[in-house]
Design a protein around this ligand. Structure first.
Ligand code: NAD
Length: 460
């Protein structure tokens, strides 16, 4: 049952590895969102009026305070999101790096001077005002910071709505921001239901832009609502990314790296390489190499230093993943703990029709499919045969082929002989139904500005 927008309610936060309740948090109502927008608008005006160097210094202090709290934030991420300790430490460090990188952009956020007759023409990059960031549960800390850090650096206020299941790290981040000297109400966290707090942000006339990461269905509904006011929107949505392995590739390396390319974060990763496309002539050999690599992945207590894969976020997510995996289907199955916790084993399915739902839909769990292809043309056709276009990997020793295939695959983030796709200083975003706009990289701050053109006549 959706919450009525004006009634008080609570969020219950579980540890997904044990199913224990670790916190209850008051949920933001539509009235809370309205109050927050008004306060944020006032704080934004003061913030935008500061000298760029002062804004940059405050953000660097925020980065330093986050750095001093990496162990605490990481421990919280392990408890509320079930992330492995190694990943959670990286994620907290990523927030620090995003803040540092954005701080470096404040004094470099420059417009242009364009030659015109009869005067001087300059462009100004002005902040948008109040920005709403709606974050998902799969990477609660980094994705919150992807939007928040550049938006603040460009002179905006930020209202962050974390996912229902993972509000705790976001709430702590807001406290650390205040400790670092951010003006009160400039960065506020509004934990709450998507249909209440999220919807109130999307429809509030005082919010200038929505940055959303989550499912394609919700992203589309948000875009439609934003259209009503021509509200700016960035969407980072789902993925079903290919990992294309050609016969001439270093097969050992390709097979050794394939498991963590879809099992990292238990597969709850929009960039997960869940469609392993293998050239027919090496298909069986690749599977022989892949099976031991999948079995070797250490699944268990996410707080254990050695663990590579933890649980799924919730019972609902596990039921959803289970629904995609027929019990007796051929493939490779790893092991996972039984007992409490939302566990699902590493799973690779073979012998599937290329258009089977599990082969084209986003499962968001530790499940990949292996599909054979004939030649380069067939590989590209299969790689593009989903509605998504977020990421992808190409394994080959032929440089020309690598470049041709990267050119032909309709996706925003490709890697050759590697599965890397996300760095805070390179752009990230999707083609097709995977999203709209780009985050991160050198243009991140500009995405939180409006360009104003000013002409000064020299004739008068
Ligand atoms: P979701 O899209 O429902 O939720 C993402 C965020 O949007 C949450 O903060 C949620 O509270 C908020 N939200 C939900 N409905 C809203 C609304 N009407 N208005 C404003 N905000 C709203 O995702 P989910 O239900 O948590 O996950 C479902 C599936 O979505 C997953 O299984 C996965 O396939 C996909 N997903 C993708 C990503 C990604 O990074 N691309 C992240 C999360 C989920």
């Amino acid at each position: 049952m959706p919450n009525p927008p004006h009634e008080p309610y609570e969020l219950t936060v579980l540890n997904p590895a044990t199913e224990e309740v670790i916190a209850t948090v008051p949920g933001a109502t539509a009235d809370d969102v309205d109050r927050a927008v008004r306060r944020a608008a006032a704080a934004q005006r003061t913030w935008a009026a500061l000298a760029p160097g002062d804004r940059a210094r405050t953000l660097r202090r925020f980065a330093a305070v986050v750095d001093a709290h990496v162990p605490e934030l990481a421990a919280l991420e392990v408890r509320e999101a079930g992330h492995t300790l190694g990943n959670a430490r990286w994620e907290a460090g990523n927030v620090r790096d995003l803040l540092d990188y954005a701080a470096g952009g404040v004094e470099r956020l420059m417009g242009r001077q364009i030659p015109v007759p009869g005067g001087l023409d300059v462009t100004l990059l002005e902040p948008l005002g109040v920005v709403g960031v709606i974050a998902p549960w799969n990477f609660p800390l980094p994705i919150a910071a992807w939007g928040t850090a550049p938006a603040l650096a460009a002179g905006n206020a930020v209202l962050l709505k974390p996912a229902e299941t993972t509000p705790l790290t976001a709430l702590r981040l807001a406290e650390l921001g205040l400790e670092a000297g951010l003006p009160e109400y400039l960065f506020q966290v509004l934990p709450g239901a998507g249909s209440v707090a999220g919807d109130a942000l999307v429809t509030h006339p005082g919010v200038a832009k929505i940055v959303f990461t989550g499912s394609t269905a919700v992203g589309k509904s948000i875009m439609a609502k934003c259209a009503d006011r021509l509200k700016r929107v960035t969407l980072e949505l789902g993925g079903k990314s290919p990992n294309i392995v050609f016969a001439d590739a270093d097969l050992e390396a390709a097979a050794a790296s394939a498991p963590m390319s879809f099992l990292d974060n238990s597969g709850q990763d929009c960039c997960a390489r869940t469609r392993i496309l293998v050239q027919e002539s090496v298909h069986d050999r690749f599977l022989d190499l892949l099976a031991p690599a999948v079995h070797a992945v250490r699944v268990g207590d996410p707080a254990d230093e050695d663990t590579q894969m933890g649980p799924l976020i919730s019972r609902a997510q596990r039921d959803r993943v289970r629904g995609y995996v027929p019990a007796d289907h051929p493939g490779i199955r790893g092991r996972c703990p039984d007992g409490p916790g939302f566990w699902f084993p590493p799973t690779v399915l073979t012998d599937l029709a290329p258009d089977a739902p599990v082969a084209v839909e986003e499962v968001f769990g530790p499940v990949a499919v292996v599909l054979p292809f004939r030649d380069e043309e067939d590989a590209v056709r299969l790689a593009n045969a989903t509605e998504y276009g977020l990421s992808g990997s190409v394994w080959t020793r032929d440089v020309g082929r690598a470049l041709r295939v990267c050119g032909a695959v309709a996706a925003g983030n490709l890697s050759v002989n590697s599965h890397s796709s996300v760095r805070y200083w390179t752009p990230f975003g999707g083609f097709k139904q995977s999203g709209l706009g780009r985050e991160l990289g050198p243009d991140a701050l500009a995405a939180f500005t409006e360009t104003k053109n000013v002409f000064l006549s020299t004739e008068v």
